[in-house]
Design a protein around this ligand. Structure first.
Ligand SMILES: C[S@@+](CC[C@H](N)C(=O)[O-])C[C@H]1O[C@@H](n2cnc3c(N)ncnc32)[C@H](O)[C@@H]1O
Length: 301
């Protein structure tokens, strides 16, 4: 069960950032919840239209973690349901997936998606990855896609995953690779810098706090996992020249700060995005770059 969502904070007027960039990549949990609540409608709006794209990242992650028929899976920081829903398909009727997230509003979106899809082998629980409300040795698999970067104490969160896993159970986590290898994030960051405030810039930095190759591997080892393996996931997707495909990214990165902005601000943001896309233009589309990293590890017997 989820608790009622906190109301989104009011939309501040966009102001140009000034002064030196903060370098902190940790945001406390109350602020995390507020920031994700502001973005939850944007994430839910695009979720089904992005489901095929989500699956392209979910499948390698779940395959590396060897998620299969009959498994009991815990998905952390599930947001609006990825990769939990793909895991639900892989485990089948004999298995079960518990989707969790710190932010009730995100998980409420996942619940609505599960109802629309008629999923019967899932349940939902608001949970902080650093302090899991589950018994020891309970799950066959623990998964987490694009969530660990947001958790202040990552080692504590991994030790919690280790605790709730059965001996011999596996984890599978995915994080974003370097910012310079992720075109749309690089462009979002340029927008944040030009249009929004330093708080937005600080939030834009967090997704890349684990981007160095080997980050997952070394943290897994420190937490006590064995048989660790980390891989890159790299892609060069092509985006259409004649459609505002980038609005998805803007809704998801900036939430209400973009969707509720006045038309002049929206026009300014979109002009900036289109301008920044020009170096990536080819005759039949924009050639983008995507780089994430994913890893698995086993709880020793
Ligand atoms: C980028 S979204 C990822 C959502 C989903 N896994 C996906 O890949 O689409 C990050 C999510 O992490 C959640 N989150 C942040 N801090 C958390 C924490 N300490 N414990 C659990 N979830 C957290 C946020 O609420 C948000 O829904």
């Amino acid at each position: 069960m989820t608790t009622p969502s906190p109301a989104p904070s009011p939309v501040p007027s966009p102001v140009p950032s000034s002064g030196p960039e903060p370098t902190e990549t940790t945001i406390d949990k109350a602020q995390q919840q507020a920031l994700w609540t502001e973005r939850s409608a944007g994430w839910e709006k695009w979720a089904e239209r992005r489901a095929d794209m989500a699956e392209k990242m979910n499948l390698p992650l779940l395959e590396l973690a060897r998620v299969g028929t009959g498994h009991r899976v815990l998905d952390l920081a599930s947001g609006i349901g990825e990769p939990g829903f793909t895991a639900a398909r892989l485990v089948g009727d004999a298995g079960h997936v518990t989707l969790t997230d710190l932010t009730p509003a995100m998980l409420d979106g996942a619940k609505r998606r599960a109802e629309q899809r008629g999923l019967t082998n899932v349940d939902f629980q608001v949970a902080d990855a650093e302090s899991l409300p589950f018994p020891d040795n309970h799950f066959d698999r623990v998964t987490c896609r694009f969530g660990l970067m947001f958790v202040p104490d990552k080692l504590k969160a991994l030790r919690e995953a280790l605790r709730v896993l059965k001996p011999g159970g596996r984890i599978g986590y995915m994080v974003w690779g370097p910012l310079e290898d992720n075109t749309l994030f690089r462009i979002s960051r340029q927008v944040a810098e030009a249009v929004f405030d330093p708080e937005m810039m600080a939030f834009m930095r967090v997704p890349f706090s684990m981007s160095a190759p080997g980050s997952l591997e070394s943290l897994f080892a420190e937490a006590g996992f064995a048989e660790i393996e980390e891989r890159p996931f790299e892609g060069r997707p092509k985006a259409p020249l004649d459609e505002p495909f980038y609005r998805t990214q803007l809704d998801m990165s900036f939430g209400v700060h973009y969707s509720d902005a006045d038309q002049a601000t929206k026009d300014r943001i979109e002009a900036l995005v289109v301008d920044s896309l020009q170096p990536h233009r080819e005759s039949d589309g924009y050639r983008l770059q995507v780089h994430s990293r994913y890893a698995t590890g086993v709880k020793p017997d």
